[in-house]
Design a protein around this ligand. Structure first.
Ligand code: ZN
Length: 147
């Protein structure tokens, strides 16, 4: 199995069995996100423990990439500080948009999203959850749109 197959399997697995799927009740923060280009919609729920992300969940529906990306994101940033989460988003964004981007080990399974780069129309599918996470952490209930 080459790396591409492995990455595809990670995406398919997280789409079929999304991790941390569901809602959190207030006072957890929540923000809705929508990608009109594809029809992906999700809500990200988060609790903050000081500066750290405590619980993190999402629900919604969309294409395989949007669901898998949100699932991978929840696994990657749970327990991290907001600064660490933002740093990871920077790495993911580079991975999605920059063909020369490195794939540092700290990306972990998020590296599976690298294949999305070959489909520029799908980049917003993969980044929607991250923008929505930022809004949730900021306590901003204004719906996030990728447009
Ligand atoms: Zn999509």
């Amino acid at each position: 199995m080459d790396l591409k197959d492995l990455y595809r399997d990670v995406i398919l697995d997280h789409n079929r069995r999304p991790r941390n799927f569901g809602r959190l009740e207030p006072p957890a923060r929540a923000a809705p996100g929508y990608n009109p280009l594809c029809g992906d919609q999700l809500v990200v729920y988060a609790t903050l423990d000081g500066d750290r992300i405590g619980e993190l969940r999402f629900e919604g529906s969309g294409c395989a990439i949007s669901v898998a990306s949100a699932s991978l994101m929840t696994e990657a940033v749970k327990g991290k500080s907001r600064a660490e989460a933002e740093h990871l988003f920077g790495l993911v964004h580079a991975l999605l948009t920059d063909a020369d981007a490195a794939t540092p080990p700290e990306l972990g399974k998020l590296a599976a999203l690298g294949g999305v780069r070959e489909f520029p129309a799908r980049v917003k599918c993969a980044s929607l959850c991250w923008h929505t996470l930022n809004a949730a952490l900021a306590g901003d209930p204004t719906p996030v749109s990728t447009e």
